[in-house]
Design a protein around this ligand. Structure first.
Ligand SMILES: [Zn+2]
Length: 279
């Protein structure tokens, strides 16, 4: 990240003329404000170098825009994507999480005051499936309470005020991607004791089953790279984190066959579900 103005002033000896501020008033920002409403700031959550040109081209392909989009490389971490049609921007935000080469694509609304070198996107929206909920707890109120303990609840896949019995309930959550993912939560039912509710993340991109974070893989650690067959994914601390990729989204040929189990990728048929925004 770039230095603050104060840090810069301390490091360099600026002349009085250099320190003299140029006043930029609202009127001079008006045009960029209007266009900014059609824009997203986008970056890739990875510690490895990647082909930025290929990334730009991939965005245009995976989002299938009907109208034009322009992807500008801001030269540091983020890209700026401008949509001709604002509705397509909303659709792209709604249909995530997106990934490039299995790395999570981070997105946030355009902010005109921020410098490109200072853009830090730390949240991403995910669909999480809650399994093993007590039957009486399969409703919007309980799921919302669980969701609020994980992140910011955006959508819950149940009709408001209705019990939604089924194998699981889906919840759309804005997660802080700098923190380890939760594998589940303990639910206390008062006199009836406690139980464990486990989470499955839909379209979970590159993930580290050793430290629970997105953005790198446990296979990137030297201990794993130099392993002679003793490292087992099932023994890693976050091995209970499960993911679901729908068959047509799977990028790797070996992942196209359904595999049931914990840990790394599972593929299952897509569910037809109605998504309602909670009030
Ligand atoms: Zn890690």
């Amino acid at each position: 990240m770039g230095e603050t103005l104060e840090e810069l002033c301390q490091r360099l000896s600026l002349s009085e003329q250099e320190k003299e501020e140029i006043i930029v008033n609202e009127g001079l920002l008006e045009e960029s404000k209007q266009r900014g409403e059609h824009c997203l700031l986008v970056s890739l959550l990875t510690e490895k170098p990647y082909n930025r040109e290929a990334f730009k081209q991939t965005l245009k392909k995976i989002w299938h825009p009907v109208k034009k989009i322009w992807v500008k490389d801001l030269g540091s971490k983020p890209f700026l994507v401008e949509f001709e049609d604002q509705k397509e921007k909303a659709r792209v935000q709604c249909e995530g999480p997106w990934s490039f080469d299995r790395n999570l694509i981070l997105m946030q609304n355009y902010t005109r005051e921020v410098q490109a070198t200072r853009v830090q996107i730390s949240t991403a929206a995910f669909w999480i499936r809650l399994y093993d909920l007590p039957l009486g707890a399969m409703n919007e109120k309980v799921v919302s309470k669980i969701g609020n303990s994980i992140g910011v609840v955006e959508k819950i896949d149940v009709e408001k005020d209705e019990v939604a019995w089924g194998e699981f309930i889906r919840i759309g959550i804005l997660l802080d991607v700098t923190k380890p993912l939760l594998q589940g939560k303990c639910i206390n039912l008062g006199n009836h004791g406690s139980c464990w509710v486990c989470f499955t993340y839909e379209r979970l991109p590159t993930f580290c089953y050793a430290c629970g974070r997105l953005g790198h893989s446990h296979k990137d650690y030297s201990i794993w790279k130099n392993d002679q067959g003793t490292c087992k994914e099932d023994n890693l601390p976050w091995s209970m984190v499960a993911s679901v990729w729908f068959p047509w989204e799977c990028l790797q040929p070996h992942e196209k066959q359904p595999v049931q189990g914990r840990g790394p990728t599972i593929t299952v048929p897509v569910l037809q579900s109605k998504v309602l925004a909670p009030n």
